[in-house]
Structures are given as structure tokens and as C-alpha cells.
Ligand binder design. Structure first.
Ligand code: TYM
Length: 325
């Protein structure tokens, strides 16, 4: 039986963090056996917030290293860079003609971006979800494993798909989002989504020392002001982060925190150890992969070749249906 197709992607704005890992990457790895998977480093999307592209090539390589290290397998999945298959930009232009501007202006992530980068509200930012829709439908993917923050984009992708099919005849299946058990990881500041831009992240590729140093800056239980105050683990993001990597049920930390037998600094050290332990094999594998840059080139070239075959076929069908050819 033919497997359903998955498409997902991430912006190469830097190295992947544990929010990306828990919210998306872990799922991508698992899904490789069940689905026909395509994972894309979306460099064109990254341009909507990068004015200085000096690090773009470096970031792309960092990202593919992270992906391979967590277990994405180029023998099972197509791994490629978005701009290496430029058909997506052509489809983006075509889909932009049938997408009402009002749909795009109401997307919550667009409103957030205006606040985050008021000096760079570019045209591409408004069309971001149209490009994302193009990514997905160009490969006729039906399942899109993402974190919760991407769901509004997927809602729009479904609306655009429906509109296209209604206007030009059935062409694309409607894509559906697929969440992990941890679809929204809060950053070390304890309030915002973990992200590179907010600086509240822990990168997969950090050293153990860097991880400890960064976790020392984490916010814990806001109600616990002194070491002698009883803590509230259920309100503490450090405690929550611990639970993503190790079952906290039987380790007694919550109880000790409630009785003020351990302090927040102790908890942060425990978190650092838990994360370092969980990431150790990934970091080791990443270091090994980094010694062979030719392999990375081969993986990306092969991924683009395989993706291009599918992309060209869909684009021809789209143009025929739109009476462009
Ligand atoms: P990006 O690069 O922001 O994030 C990549 C993936 O990581 C998830 N994620 C998180 N999950 C939980 N908690 C967090 N703190 C967290 N931060 C990030 C994201 O939800 C995402 O799944 N627009 C997309 C990239 C994209 C795409 C696509 C995705 C472009 N085209 C087509 C799917 C299909 C983005 O910026 O992801």
C-alpha cells in the first residue's frame, strides 16, 4: 500500500533548540518508518526575518547536522534545502493570486512578527503562509508534523487548498497538522515560546558547560522568593522541562521542593544534568558527522534531486489546471 506523504520544515536561523526537538524533530524521526517523509530547510522563509544573510550557509549546515544527529535518515526521508528546488517559488506566485490579502493580515503569527521586527515588515512576511502552503502542496503532503505555533499557518494552507481546488478542479489534498505530546515548549524565561529570537533557548549542539551556564539563567517558580519558601513545582518551568526528558514521577524532587529541602539552584543543576545526559549521544553523533562535510553536500544534493522530480510533476499539473499551458 502506498504510504501517506509527510512534509515539514524549519527555518535555518541558527542551530536547533530543544523546543524544535520536542515539538517537531522527535516526531519527524519516529514518522520516517510509517510515512513517505520530506523534510526541508526553508531558507527562503528565513529571509523574511534575516536582513544579514552572512551566516545563512553556515546555519543550513548546522541544521542538517542537527537533523542527522537526532536520527533523520536520508535513506528513509528526503532532506533538502528549499531554494534548491525553486519550483516552490513559482507555485507561491501562482497561489498568491488566489489568496485574499484579508486572510493573510489576520494570521496571528503575522501580527506577532510586526511587533517583533517593526523595522522590517516586508512583503514576504505577509505571504509567509502562502509560501508554506506551496511547500506542502507542491509535494501533495497530507500530514504536517509541527509544533502548536504553526497551526494557524496550516489552517490557512487548508483554506488556500480548498479555494484552489474549487476554482481549478481537484489538484491538492488538504493537509493536516500533527502535534507531538509536547507541542509548545516554554523558554528559560518561563513565559514565552522557546525560540532563537527570544534568546530563551537551549541548543541541541551546546556543550555541557554551555548548557549548565544557560540553565543557570532560567526562571523558576515565581512565587518562591527565598530558599526557605516552599516551592510550587507545578508552576515551575524548570521542573516542567525536566519532565520532558525524564519521568519525574518517582524522583521525589517535587516533594523536596514543596518542603523547601532543595532550592531552585539545585533544581537547575538537576535539569542541566538531565538534559546533558539525554543529549550526550546526539551531540556525540553530531561531532562525528561534522568531520565529513562532503557527506552533508551529498545528502542535500540527493535530497534536492529527489524532491525536484515530484515538484516538477505537480507544477505542470497546476499550470495545466490553471490553463497556463
Ligand atoms: P520553525 O523553524 O520556527 O520551527 C521548526 C519546528 O519546530 C517547532 N517549534 C516548537 N515546538 C514546540 N515548542 C517550541 N518552543 C517550538 N519552537 C519551534 C515549530 O512548530 C516547527 O514545527 N513556518 C515553519 C517552517 C515551515 C514549515 C513549512 C513547516 C516552512 N514551510 C511547511 C511545516 C510545513 C517555521 O518557521 O518553523
Amino acid at each position: 500500500m502506498k504510504k501517506s506523504r509527510i512534509f515539514s520544515g524549519a527555518r535555518p536561523t541558527g542551530r536547533q533548540h530543544i523546543g524544535n526537538y520536542l515539538g517537531a524533530l522527535q516526531n519527524w524521526v519516529k514518522l520516517q518508518d510509517e510515512y513517505d517523509c520530506i523534510y526541508c530547510i526553508v531558507d527562503i522563509h528565513a529571509l523574511t526575518s534575516l536582513e544579514d544573510t552572512g551566516n545563512l550557509q553556515k546555519n543550513i549546515r548546522e541544521m542538517i547536522l542537527d537533523w542527522l544527529a537526532v536520527g533523520l535518515d536520508p535513506k528513509k526521508s528526503i532532506l533538502f534545502v528549499q531554494s534548491h528546488v525553486p519550483e516552490v517559488m513559482e507555485l507561491h506566485t501562482l497561489l498568491s493570486m488566489i489568496t485574499p490579502l484579508s486572510w493573510l493580515l489576520r494570521v496571528p503569527t503575522f501580527k506577532d512578527k510586526i511587533k517583533l521586527q517593526p523595522e522590517n515588515v516586508n512583503y514576504g512576511l505577509v505571504g509567509y503562509p502562502v509560501l508554506m502552503t506551496s511547500d506542502i502542496v507542491l509535494y501533495k503532503a497530507t500530514v504536517v508534523p509541527v509544533g502548536e505555533d504553526q497551526l494557524p499557518h496550516l489552517e490557512l494552507a487548508r483554506e488556500i487548498t480548498r479555494r484552489f481546488n474549487g476554482l481549478f478542479g481537484y489538484t491538492f489534498p488538504e493537509p493536516n497538522g500533527k502535534l507531538t505530546n509536547y507541542p509548545l515548549i516554554i523558554g528559560l524565561d518561563g513565559k514565552d515560546k522557546m525560540s532563537k529570537q527570544a534568546g530563551n533557548d537551549i541548543e541541541l549542539a551546546m556543550t555541557e558547560e554551555e548548557t549548565i551556564k544557560k540553565i543557570k539563567t532560567a526562571y523558576t517558580d515565581p512565587a518562591r522568593r527565598y530558599r526557605s519558601d516552599p516551592g510550587h513545582p507545578d508552576k515551575c518551568n524548570v521542573y516542567k522541562l525536566m519532565g520532558y526528558f525524564e519521568s519525574t514521577g518517582g524522583n521525589g524532587i517535587a516533594e523536596k521542593c514543596r518542603k523547601a529541602e532543595i532550592g531552585c539552584v539545585d533544581c537547575k543543576m538537576i535539569l542541566a544534568e538531565v538534559i546533558n545526559k539525554a543529549l550526550r549521544p546526539i551531540r556525540q553523533r553530531r561531532d562525528e558527522l561534522a568531520t565529513d562535510p562532503r557527506y552533508i553536500d551529498e545528502v542535500l544534493a540527493d535530497g534536492a534531486d529527489r524532491a525536484r522530480v515530484i515538484a516538477r510533476k505537480t507544477l505542470t499539473e497546476v499550470k495545466k489546471n490553471m490553463r497556463l499551458i
